[in-house]
Design a protein around this ligand. Structure first.
Ligand code: BGC
Length: 752
């Protein structure tokens, strides 16, 4: 029996690349003897980099890309697996392969080695025997290491696997490892080993592609993941797999928008029968695959494997408009593709970063489609880990070196407050508010101290970063940042932050602080009005986003709200019912129109099929949400290859409007987590029926409605522990009993 060992050491191989140079993935193994079976056995394991662990030839757990992505200077997730069923009396072996991952592989457009030089492993197998004795096997210099078939591995570049170099039997006991060398013990590290079980990345679907000409395959869906291959080909056959989101008009793969992400996997066959392979330490954002190097008489099967963080589906939306149903599909797949360890902007090019702005605009929609509560618990912790001593928060989280911005700017770093608040609203989760209250408070103080002049945020004279404006708005400015002034956006979000902090302080039972935030909010609103709003309720820049923010955040004096809304509608009409908002205005514009009594205009925007619009990409075959309204147009072809993702969820932020207003399933801020559900369907446009279901913290909630010839039929589902209130659409009478308890309720209303 092994003896009780001390705490595990970080171990690594001596092989080390550099900022450009990739090196083979290190393999580690440790044999041990058990003369009886333990009653309990847990493998507690983490890595700086990625680990793939096996015990006696069985893979441990079903996570991919474990342990995940955090700021490894601060925190490393430590995972625990029950492995009792994998052990046996006699000789046993633990084997682990390490990948570069985010730790020392490429992140964003930066070179390798953002956090460290080479991957390291920390693990301990903890066993307890029936007589209560405990035994541990921990990583230390007695583990042995070598390199094997994985010649290169990188999240962005891909993986190269030379099957001829496979170490057959290396995770079975008794394998001859005499040529392996002792692992190198590293120093202890001053990082938090976080044992919270955050959602892991898992394979959530398999896709069988359609073969096309020229060695190409179409998965039929843009997604994040990788492929598994089964191949029968002669030894030494080198197969190269390239990945792309879309095709050029000539049918070849369009890869220019991947920038420096090589997104190429290579497999070199060992020969002698069917070989099965799936890369371990990479993923791609793709719909199409092209294989090169396949001999004519070889056999190849390809399966697409969808990877995403474990965020179980919770919502379903459908309606009578097929293109809107496809839009909903695209939103969901944008989410599946980009909720992978962090809410990333896109999964394909050399970026894939946790842009705070994108996450903030989309979180409400995300919380309909999937259960993202624990996913955001993790990411909000990442925000905290990145928060600077000053209280400032950078624009990408986790924040890889050398990124060091103090302030991510308006609508981006405000995710610090908006995301925890949204998790609270959607799940009734006060924990996230109390855990991060101090961080939110420090953030808001930082904004007030460093990023504002007077109460105007992002004033041109302010020292700190002024953000990305209304990113990618097609508002005629010709600028990526759109025409909405940055100080207007900044001040609007400063007001919103203060308003949310007042609510958060109240929820947490801090009335004095709530009062102080309310006062701060009132001051910012006044400053906003003085600077940006005329006495007639007009805003100088006149953009759709300017009016949308001002109206949505209640920054326009009540007596001129109607005038401001009219000005917004006038702009929409002038553009022949097209949207001109960027990332910042898009999530709210339909809400604002709805609230101001312009439901008809909201529907015209939603059902618009020519660009800029949500349905333009849908009409053009999109299976996910595009980064840009004009990512591809028949006249111009592809947008600038330097920034043109076809899988960016941000504009999918319209999704929550479809659930909340079109279908009519809304929460009540005073009874968060859907303890009180407000059913307020808003038929309009060409829609004749709609249905939304949501697995809430209380259980399944749902509404479906159908309208024909002045009759509205509605079915409501209210879960246990919840109640519902029905608010009829305009033109229909209020039912005599609008309040409902748990169960299913059917209503039939005749228009007045
Ligand atoms: C990303 C965006 C992000 C933006 C900041 C882009 O490169 O893809 O989604 O929010 O930069 O402006």
């Amino acid at each position: 029996m092994p003896s009780h060992s001390s705490s595990p050491k970080w171990i690594s191989s001596t092989i080390c690349g550099d900022e450009k140079q990739f090196v083979p993935a290190p393999f580690f193994r440790r044999e041990f003897w058990l003369d009886r079976l333990p009653s309990q056995a847990a493998l507690r394991i983490t890595a700086l980099g990625l680990y793939h662990a096996k015990i006696n030839d069985h893979v441990v757990g079903d996570r991919a890309l474990a342990p995940g992505w955090t700021d490894y200077r601060v925190r490393v997730p430590l995972q625990s697996y029950d492995v009792s069923s994998l052990l046996k009396p006699g000789k046993n072996v633990i084997g682990v392969i390490l990948g570069d991952g985010w730790y020392c592989g490429r992140v964003g457009w930066f070179d390798r080695q953002r956090y460290g030089e080479k991957p390291e492993l920390l693990a301990r197998l903890e066993m307890e025997f029936p007589d209560a004795t405990r035994v541990q096997i921990a990583t230390d210099g007695s583990w042995k290491t070598t390199s094997g078939p994985i010649l290169e591995n990188d999240l962005l570049m891909g993986e190269i696997h030379d099957a001829r170099k496979e170490l057959t039997g290396w995770t079975t006991p008794g394998y001859d490892d005499s040529a392996w060398t002792p692992a190198q013990e590293g120093p202890d590290r001053d990082v938090i080993l976080d044992t919270i079980d955050y959602p892991g990345v898992r394979r959530t679907a398999e896709i069988i592609p359609t073969p096309l000409d020229g060695g190409r395959y179409d998965m039929g869906q843009n997604f994040s993941g990788r492929i598994r291959i089964q191949v029968t080909a002669p030894r030494d056959t080198a197969l190269t797999f390239r990945f792309a989101e879309t095709l050029d008009p000539d049918g070849s793969l369009y890869t220019e928008n991947l920038r420096s992400a090589r997104a190429t996997d290579t497999y070199i066959c060992k020969g002698g029968g069917e070989e099965t392979w799936e890369p371990l330490f990479t993923f791609h954002g793709f719909r199409y695959v092209e294989v090169d190097g396949l001999p004519a008489d070889a056999r190849l099967n390809i399966t697409g494997l969808v990877l995403q963080s474990d965020t179980p589906p919770t919502g379903e939306f459908s309606c009578s408009h097929p293109l809107l149903n496809q839009l909903q599909h695209n939103i969901t797949w944008g989410q599946r593709s980009n909720f992978l360890e962090a809410p990333t902007d896109c999964p394909q090019r050399d970026e894939r970063l946790g842009w705070t702005g994108d996450a903030q605009v989309f979180i409400r929609t995300a919380a309909f489609n999937m259960n993202v509560r624990r996913f955001f618990h993790k990411w909000v912790q990442d925000i905290r880990d990145a928060q600077r001593a000053s209280g400032g928060v950078p624009e990408i989280i986790p924040c890889p070196r050398p990124w060091d911005n103090e302030d991510g700017g308006p609508a981006w770093s405000d995710a610090t407050i908006i995301c925890p608040w949204t998790v609270y609203l959607c799940y009734g989760d006060t924990q996230i508010l109390s855990d991060h209250y101090d961080s939110m408070r420090r953030y808001l103080e930082f904004i007030g101290r460093e990023a504002t002049i007077g109460l105007i945020r992002a004033h041109p004279d302010s020292k700190v970063y002024r953000g990305f404006g209304d990113w990618l708005a097609l508002d005629g400015s010709g600028k990526l940042e759109g025409a909405t002034p940055k100080d207007l956006i900044g001040t609007a979000f400063y007001a919103y932050d203060a308003c949310l902090m007042a609510k958060i302080a109240a929820v947490l039972g801090k009335p004095d602080e709530a009062r102080a935030y309310t006062e701060l909010h009132a001051g910012i609103v006044k400053a906003f009005q003085r600077r940006f709003v005329t006495q007639d309720g007009l805003i100088d820049s006149g953009t759709q986003t300017a009016y949308t923010l001002a109206l949505h955040f209640d920054l326009i004096p009540e007596n001129v709200r109607a005038a401001a809304a009219r000005a917004l509608v006038q702009d929409i009409r002038q553009r022949d019912y097209h949207i001109a908002t960027g990332f910042v205005g898009t999530p709210y514009i339909l809400d604002v129109l709805t609230r101001a009594g312009y439901l008809d205009i909201a529907y015209r925007l939603l059902e618009q099929e020519t660009f800029p619009s949500w349905l333009f990409p849908v009409k053009n075959g999109a299976t996910t949400i595009w980064e840009r309204w004009d990512g591809w147009t028949p006249e111009r072809g592809f947008q600038d290859k330097g920034m043109n993702s076809f899988n960016h969820y941000a504009y999918g932020a319209v999704g929550d409007w479809m659930y909340r207003h079109l279908a009519g399933l809304e929460l009540d801020e005073d009874a968060p987590g859907y303890r009180h559900i407000i059913f307020q369907p808003k038929p309009g446009g060409s829609i004749t029926w709609a249905s939304a279901r949501l697995e809430t913290a209380q259980g399944m909630a749902g509404i479906s409605w159908k309208i024909s010839g002045g009759t509205l039929e509605v079915e409501l589902t209210i879960p246990e522990n919840a109640r519902g209130t029905f608010v009829p659409p305009a033109g229909f009478p209020q039912p005599s009993f609008p309040a409902f308890g748990p169960g299913t309720h059917v209503l039939r209303l005749q228009s007045e």
